[in-house]
Every structure is written in structure tokens, then in C-alpha cells.
Design a protein around this ligand. Structure first.
Ligand SMILES: [Mg+2]
Length: 433
């Protein structure tokens, strides 16, 4: 692409959304007319950092988003607008706590060791009523609604528009389904390098919400919007590649078709699982998905222990086939960039320290989990997870001391706000104490 101005002329783009994702995963943007885009591409689009979740003060100078031409996407549902993201610059220097730059730095560390992580993400979401009070389809009431064809087809127009968009964008989507909760859906597209997957993940959330709104609905990726229903997971499928283009996780002689490197990587994920949870499950609500009681469909499909198994969905890590593993921990609230950055960080630590993942557990953890007495439990709430992150030298060093300190500080404020609420439940249980 010669310039964004030329891109706009060729594609009939009138406006650009110059966007970035802050530490809480919120996407921020400015609308820039195509007539000014070449100027803005040089100088950057300015934002006041304090107004976003980046741990900056009102006294900080403007931060500039420098659009990366490679990331430009013409909105399939509104072709006169193109979306673009890039690096954040302040005072002429890169802004370390921009999640996309955090990921790029960790990718650089992996590249030094000759590795490239490739991932696919499964972003579950609910289609709900615009006021958020209930799912949008009143007829979607089956006790086991997963793959329900009738309910799936009642949302065909939304699913089709999103899937058509992914086809047009070259993401190679390959299946769409009704998930395990009433009103819940999942769409799968091809895996990619972890940076491109993070960009697509961020854009996918924007696209799903936008298309749902266009159809008079609302999409939510909230980890547990309804207590009796399965929550929104964001499972990640992970493989690691060398510079020769080989999947180093793949070993036909290895246990379950995985190499020693793969098991060390998994060992690293298990070693740092409690701290990792602060990134993969970043909200108060996240802990109502993991560690949850049985849902109406019979299972939560989310883990509560840091364990791994074969093709068994009751563990934090599943090995579905040779050459990759699935991390089932993350939820819909995870930051698309920090998810990848944290995962790669703990995996690289596993490789360097040759971490032992321990034994594979071939049990149904929902039915027989109590028999595994040595399994590490996942944090029970956000506060526990934040404390684990604070104590994790692996993640602090890997993601950057300042970034982790900022992240913990902002999430701690959120936790305190939550903890300072006086709930009806407290009054009910304690008023007559
Ligand atoms: Mg799923």
C-alpha cells in the first residue's frame, strides 16, 4: 500500500477509525476523514491518555496512534469506513503499556530464541436484548441447547453477515454454531501468527457488536452474564514454530503427538497459571465462570484446576490432537493482546526452565476432580489472581514491570469498588447477626 490516501481513493473509503485497545481491552478510536489521512498517518492521531485505562495522568502529554498500514480493514458492514491500529507514541517514544506493543515486544523475545507462536481463538458471545436483561431469542429454551439447529437458524441473518465478512477479509472462517448456553454462539476462523490473531480478535469483537446492533440486537462477551447458563470462554489453540517453518510442538513419537518443547511450554503455563489468570480472566465477573457450579446444560465447560488432559474438556489444558494444545482458561473479557503476550511469556519461561507439566490426568474433573488432591486450584476471585500476578516474576519480567504494575493498580481500584458495595445478600444474611 503506497499510502492511506491512495487506499481510500481505490476503495472508496471516506473515513478512517484510528483505533487502539487499552489495558482493559476497551477499543478507543477517532474518526479521521480520508482528506486528512495522509497528514494524520505522519503525525499520528492524538489522544489524552488519562481518559483511557492506561494509568496515565491528566498532566501527561498527548499520546499519538501511529497507524500501521498493514492493519487497515475496510468495514464489511460499512465500506465507506476503514479501521486501522498501530503503535502508541508519547514524547516521541513508544508507550510501553500499549497492549499491542507489549505483545510485539514478547514476540521479539521469542524470535530471539527462534520461535513464533501461532494461535487461534474461539470467542464465544451471547446475542441479548438491547437493554441487556435477557437473551434475545425467547424461544431458545432447550436444556441442552448446544448445536440447536432451529435456534441457530433463527439467528442466521446475523451469523451469515459476520461469516460473509470474515470470508471477504480473508480470515478463512470454517464453522459457526450455537454454543452450550441459550442465546450463545461461536464462530471459528483459521489460526494465524499471534499478533495477527490478536488484531483479528480485537476487530472480531467490534464487528460482532456492530452487526448485532445493526440487526436490533446486542452482543456480549461478558464472562458470565447469566448465572444459570454456561459462560463466554475464549479458548486459545496454541502451536510454536521455528524459523524453518516447522511446528516444534509436533512430534509423532511424542506422548499424544507432542514434543518435549510442547510439554515444557505446557509446564510453563501450569507453573504460572494462578498469575496468568489475572490476564486471562480479568474481571470480577470472570470468577463466576471458572469455579462455577453446574449450569442448566449440565456442565460449565470451564476449568477450576491447573491441570492438563488428553482430548478432555474438563481440564485447563486439553490436547485435542498432535502438534497443538488448547488453553480453556481465558474468557470473553480478556484483552486480545495481553492474552497472547502472557501466554507466550509463560510458555517461553517453560521452555527456558524446562518446566515439567507433571502427569496428564485422564479423569472427568467435574465428576472426579475431588480425587486429585495435588492439583493446583485456580484463584477464586480477582483479588487472589492480582496478588498472584504481583508475585509472578515470570510475568512481571516478561510483560514489563511498569505494565504489570499499572495493570494491577487499575484492576485493584476496580476490585475495591466492587468490594465496597453493600449488597442485598449481605443485608439478608447479616442484618440479624
Ligand atoms: Mg466453545
Amino acid at each position: 500500500m503506497a499510502s492511506l490516501g491512495t487506499y481510500a481513493k481505490e476503495k472508496g473509503v471516506k473515513y478512517f477509525l484510528i483505533a487502539f485497545v487499552d489495558l482493559f481491552g476497551t477499543m478507543r478510536a477517532k474518526i479521521v476523514p480520508a482528506t486528512a489521512i495522509d497528514l494524520i498517518a505522519k503525525s499520528g492521531a492524538g489522544f489524552a491518555g488519562f481518559a483511557t485505562w492506561l494509568d496515565l495522568t491528566p498532566a501527561h502529554p498527548d499520546m499519538m496512534v501511529m497507524p500501521d498500514l498493514e492493519t487497515a480493514i475496510q468495514l464489511p458492514w460499512k465500506p465507506e469506513v476503514a479501521w486501522i491500529t498501530g503503535d502508541l507514541i508519547m514524547d516521541g517514544k513508544p508507550l510501553a503499556q500499549n497492549p499491542r506493543q507489549v505483545l510485539k515486544r514478547v514476540i521479539g523475545l521469542a524470535a530471539k530464541d527462534g520461535y513464533e507462536m501461532r494461535t487461534g481463538v474461539e470467542c464465544e458471545y451471547f446475542l441479548i436484548q438491547p437493554d441487556g436483561s435477557a437473551i434475545s431469542d425467547g424461544a431458545d429454551i432447550q436444556a441442552k441447547p448446544c448445536y440447536d439447529q432451529q435456534a441457530l437458524m433463527r439467528r442466521y441473518e446475523v451469523i451469515k453477515e459476520i461469516c460473509d465478512s470474515m470470508i471477504a477479509l480473508g480470515w478463512n472462517p470454517y464453522q459457526n454454531d450455537h454454543e452450550d448456553a441459550n442465546g450463545q454462539f461461536e464462530m471459528n476462523w483459521e489460526y494465524d501468527t499471534c499478533l495477527r490473531t490478536a488484531d483479528k480478535h480485537a476487530f472480531f469483537k467490534f464487528m460482532v457488536k456492530s452487526v448485532a446492533e445493526k440487526h436490533g440486537l446486542r452482543a456480549t462477551f461478558m464472562p458470565k452474564p447469566f448465572l444459570n447458563l454456561t459462560g463466554n470462554g475464549c479458548h486459545a489453540h496454541v502451536s510454536l514454530w521455528n524459523t524453518a517453518g516447522d511446528n516444534v510442538f509436533d512430534d509423532s513419537h511424542g506422548e499424544m503427538g507432542l514434543s518435549n518443547e510442547a510439554y515444557h511450554f505446557i509446564g510453563g503455563v501450569l507453573h504460572s497459571a494462578d498469575a496468568l489468570t489475572a490476564i486471562t480472566n480479568p474481571t470480577v465477573n470472570s470468577y463466576k465462570r471458572i469455579n462455577a457450579p453446574r449450569t442448566m446444560s449440565g456442565a460449565t465447560w470451564s476449568p477450576n484446576t491447573a491441570t492438563y488432559g488428553g482430548n478432555n474438556r474438563t481440564h485447563m489444558i486439553r490436547i485435542p490432537e498432535a502438534g497443538r494444545f488448547e488453553l480453556r482458561l481465558a474468557d470473553g473479557a480478556t484483552n486480545p493482546y495481553l492474552l497472547q503476550a502472557a501466554l507466550l511469556t509463560v510458555g517461553l519461561d517453560g521452555l527456558k526452565a524446562k518446566r515439567d507439566p507433571g502427569r496428564r490426568i485422564d479423569l472427568d474433573m467435574y465428576a472426579e476432580g475431588h480425587t486429585v488432591t495435588d492439583a493446583k486450584r485456580l484463584p477464586l476471585n480477582l483479588l487472589d489472581a492480582l496478588r498472584a500476578l504481583e508475585h509472578s516474576s515470570v510475568l512481571r519480567k516478561g510483560l514489563g514491570e511498569d505494565v504489570v504494575a499499572s495493570y494491577i493498580k487499575l484492576r485493584q481500584i476496580e476490585w475495591n469498588e466492587y468490594a465496597n458495595q453493600l449488597t442485598d445478600w449481605e443485608r439478608r444474611t447479616t442484618l440479624d447477626c
